[in-house]
Every structure is written in C-alpha cells, then in structure tokens.
Design a protein around this ligand. Structure first.
Ligand code: SF4
Length: 110
C-alpha cells in the first residue's frame, strides 16, 4: 500500500522474487542488512513522503518514481494483471524487474 491505496498484490514468493511496482521495489531495496558489505542492493536515496491529506495528482507515487511521465501526473493507475501480479502502474510492463538500482537516480518532479 502507498498513501492508502494498494499498489501491488501477488503471492509472497512472486512478490519477493520479482516486485513489479516501483514502490514495492523501493521497499525491498530499503530492507536493512546487518552487514553492509553483504548488501546486494544499492542504497536508497532519501525522498520525501507526500502528505496523505494532499496526495499528488494521478499516481500518488509519481513524485518519488524514477519512471514517472506526464500520464502519471494526470491518470490514476488502477490494479490490473501483469504476468500474474496485480499492479497499479501505467508502465508495469516496461519497468525492469529487480530494478532497485533505478532508485540511485534522483527523480525530477513533474
Ligand atoms: S504509474 Fe507512473 S508514477 Fe506511478 S508507479 Fe507507475 S511509472 Fe511510477
């Protein structure tokens, strides 16, 4: 869930093996690791959580998403099936799996 909306629904194994929503990928990339040298994921850059009282238009995750485009600012993504996962993202088919490294890139707000 992100700002009160479900963004991804999948069986546990599938979710952890191949998260499709950028927020799910961010969450998994944020997982603490006891031994930093053993991390297989890049660090997550800081970003601000929007106010749930005044969420961004369109996709509420767009201000933190490295894949956001103009459509994301105007159209609310709904849950839909993508390869066996229900995901609320306009571009779920185009987002690379295991793309935690995308979060090294600071997103430019629309
Ligand atoms: S709909 Fe757009 S902003 Fe929202 S998660 Fe997908 S690509 Fe990112």
């Amino acid at each position: 869930m992100y700002l009160g909306r479900i963004v991804e629904l999948a069986p546990k194994a599938a979710l952890f093996a191949a998260p499709r929503h950028p927020y799910t990928q961010l969450l998994l990339a944020s997982e603490p690791r006891p031994v930093p040298e053993a991390r297989d994921r890049p660090p997550v850059p800081p970003s601000e959580l929007p106010s749930p009282l005044d969420p961004p238009s369109g996709c509420a995750f767009r201000t933190r998403c490295p894949f956001a485009d103009a459509r994301c600012a105007t159209e609310l993504p709904v849950l839909r099936q993508v390869a066996g996962t229900a995901v609320a993202c306009h571009h779920a088919e185009l987002i690379p799996l295991h793309s935690q490294s995308q979060f090294q890139v600071r997103h430019v707000r629309n």
